[in-house]
Design a binder for this molecule. Structure first.
Ligand code: F6P
Ligand code: MG
Length: 452
C-alpha cells in the first residue's frame, strides 16, 4: 500500500488548460471553440439535405441540435462546470463515473470545469457532447458532422494516394525476388510513410485543409532527421520473432493490430503498410481498431474505413483500383478486420485499460505487435502528463503492455518522453514549437518484458 502510494506520487500532474499560455490552454481557449463553430456551420449548411430526407422534422432537429451545440460552446467559453451526459447510451454511465472520479481528484470546493480539469478529459468530453447533441435529436442522429472534411481530405491527397498505390503494386509484383535485407528496407520505408501520414490530421488545424500533396516515398530521406526516437529495428525484430513453425512445417507469421488514427491520407498509408505486411508474409492477420463515433475531427470510423476501400477500388487509376480490390478481398477473407470498442472514445489513460476495459485488453493480448497511430494515442499511452523528456517510454506507460507495442506519432501536443540527455533542451533552443508543430516524429517501442 505504502509502496503503491509513493509510486503514485511519482506520477506527474496531467496537462491542463489551467496553466495559462500553455498549449492545452490555447487549445481549449481557441481551437476547440473554432471546431465547435465549424460543426454548427456544417449542420446549418445541411439543412436542405435534412429537409429532403426527413421533411419538417429534419429541419426542427437541425435547429435543436444547433441550440444544444451553441449552449455547449458557451459552457466552454465561460468555463462552466462539466455536466453529466444524459443520452443513456452504452458508455454514458462510464462517462458520468469518470466525472465523479475527476471531482474527487479536484476536491469538493471547485466543480470540474473546462479550464480546471485535465486537458485530455476535457477535449474528449467535447467530442462526446457533440455526439450527444446529435443523438438526442432524431431523425438526424446518424449524421457525421466531420464527414465532409474527411472525404475532402481524401480527395485532396489523390496524387499522393496514387503514387503510394503505384509504389505498392510495383513492389508486390517483385515480392518473390526480394532478399531478407530488401524486405526489411521496404518495411522501414512503409513504416515511415505511415508515421508521416499522421501529419494530416484535421484536429490540429481546427478543421482546415491539411492534406498530403508531395510524393510520400520521395520525401522520406528529407524527413529522416526529424525522427527524434527511432525504434523501428525493434519493431522489425518483434515482427520477425512472431513467426512460428506451423503444423505443416511452414512458418506462420503473427497478428498485427493497428490502432488507427485519422481518415484521409493517413488511413491509406496504414492500409498500404498492412497490405505489405500480409503480402510479404510478415503478418498473417491485421486487425484495425477504429472509433465508434466521429472523433477529433478526422479519426476513422467503420464507415470511413469501408468508404476508403470502396473509393480506392472504384478509382480511375489502374494501380489504385488494384490496391482497393486487394484490400476488399482481405476484408472478405477475414485477413483484415475492423473493430471498434467504446473505450477508444473514452478519456482514460491506457494504463487504466486492464481495469476499465478488460475485454479490450484481453483482445489486444492476442496480438504479436500493436501499432498505435498518432498523437492522441500517444497522449493516452503516456497519460498526457508533465513527464520529464528523459523518462523512459516504458515508465510513462505505467504498466500498460498487452503485447509488444509501438507508437507512430508526429508531435502535436507538448508531451514527449524517452529522449536522450540534452535532446529536449537543444530542441527548445532550435525550434520552440517542436512539440506541437507536427514537424517532428517518434517511433517508440515497448515490449511487456521490458517493463521497469
Ligand atoms: O491539440 C492538437 C490535437 O487536437 C491534440 O489534442 C490531439 O492530440 C491531436 O490534435 C490529434 O492528433 P492525432 O490525430 O494525431 O491524434
Ligand atoms: Mg486524430
Amino acid at each position: 500500500m505504502a509502496a503503491n502510494q509513493s509510486l503514485r506520487q511519482l506520477v506527474p500532474p496531467s496537462l491542463s488548460a489551467k496553466v495559462e499560455g500553455s498549449f492545452a490552454y490555447l487549445t481549449v481557449r481557441d481551437r476547440l471553440p473554432t471546431i465547435l463553430t465549424r460543426v454548427i456551420d456544417t449542420i446549418h449548411r445541411n439543412k436542405n439535405k435534412f429537409f429532403e430526407e426527413f421533411g419538417e422534422e429534419g429541419v426542427q432537429a437541425e435547429k435543436r441540435t444547433i441550440g444544444f451545440l451553441s449552449k455547449l460552446r458557451n459552457e466552454l467559453l465561460t468555463d462552466k462546470p462539466i455536466l453529466v451526459l444524459c443520452d443513456g447510451l452504452e458508455d454514458t454511465d462510464s462517462w458520468n463515473q469518470y466525472l465523479q472520479r475527476q471531482q474527487r481528484l479536484l476536491g469538493e470546493q471547485d466543480p470540474v470545469s473546462w479550464f480546471k480539469s485535465p486537458w485530455l478529459y476535457i477535449e474528449c468530453y467535447m467530442y462526446r457532447r457533440i455526439q450527444e447533441a446529435i443523438w438526442l435529436n432524431p431523425p438526424i442522429s446518424d449524421f457525421d458532422v466531420f464527414n465532409e472534411s474527411k472525404t475532402q481530405s481524401f480527395f485532396e491527397s489523390q496524387q499522393a494516394v496514387i503514387s503510394l498505390c503505384t509504389y505498392l503494386q510495383g513492389f508486390n509484383r517483385n515480392m518473390d525476388d526480394l532478399s531478407e535485407t530488401q524486405l526489411m528496407e521496404q518495411f522501414h520505408k512503409l513504416l515511415q510513410v505511415s508515421l508521416w501520414g499522421n501529419k494530416c490530421d484535421l484536429s490540429i488545424s481546427a478543421g482546415m485543409e491539411n492534406s498530403q500533396k508531395a510524393s510520400p516515398i520521395d520525401s522520406l530521406s528529407d524527413l529522416k532527421s526529424f525522427i527524434l526516437v527511432d525504434d523501428s529495428n525493434m519493431v522489425w525484430s518483434a515482427l520477425t520473432s512472431a513467426q512460428r513453425p506451423g503444423e505443416d512445417g511452414k512458418t506462420t507469421p503473427g497478428r498485427v493490430d493497428i490502432v488507427l488514427d485519422n481518415a484521409g491520407f493517413e488511413l491509406v498509408t496504414d492500409l498500404v503498410l498492412a497490405n505489405f505486411l500480409v503480402s510479404s508474409g510478415l503478418a498473417r492477420e491485421v486487425r484495425f481498431h477504429g472509433k465508434s463515433i466521429p472523433w477529433f475531427v478526422s479519426d476513422v470510423t467503420a464507415h470511413d474505413f469501408q468508404w476508403t476501400i470502396r473509393q480506392t477500388l472504384a478509382a480511375n487509376h489502374k494501380w489504385m483500383s488494384k490496391s482497393g480490390v486487394q484490400w476488399q478481398s482481405y476484408v472478405q477473407e477475414g485477413v483484415w478486420s475492423y473493430h471498434d470498442h467504446p473505450f477508444w472514445t473514452m478519456p482514460h489513460e491506457y494504463c487504466d485499460m486492464a481495469g476499465d476495459a478488460p475485454d479490450l485488453y484481453a483482445t489486444l493480448q492476442g496480438a504479436d505487435l500493436i501499432l498505435f497511430k498518432g498523437d492522441l494515442n500517444y497522449r493516452k499511452l503516456t497519460g498526457d502528463r508533465e513527464w520529464d523528456h528523459m523518462v523512459p517510454f516504458d515508465r510513462a506507460l505505467r504498466g500498460f503492455g498487452p503485447a509488444p507495442l509501438c507508437s507512430l506519432r508526429t508531435l502535436k501536443a507538448n508531451i514527449q518522453v524517452g529522449l536522450q540527455p540534452g535532446q529536449g533542451e537543444n530542441l527548445n533552443t532550435q525550434d520552440p514549437s517542436w512539440m506541437t508543430s507536427g514537424k517532428y516524429a517518434v517511433v517508440q517501442f515497448s515490449s511487456p518484458h521490458r517493463e521497469q
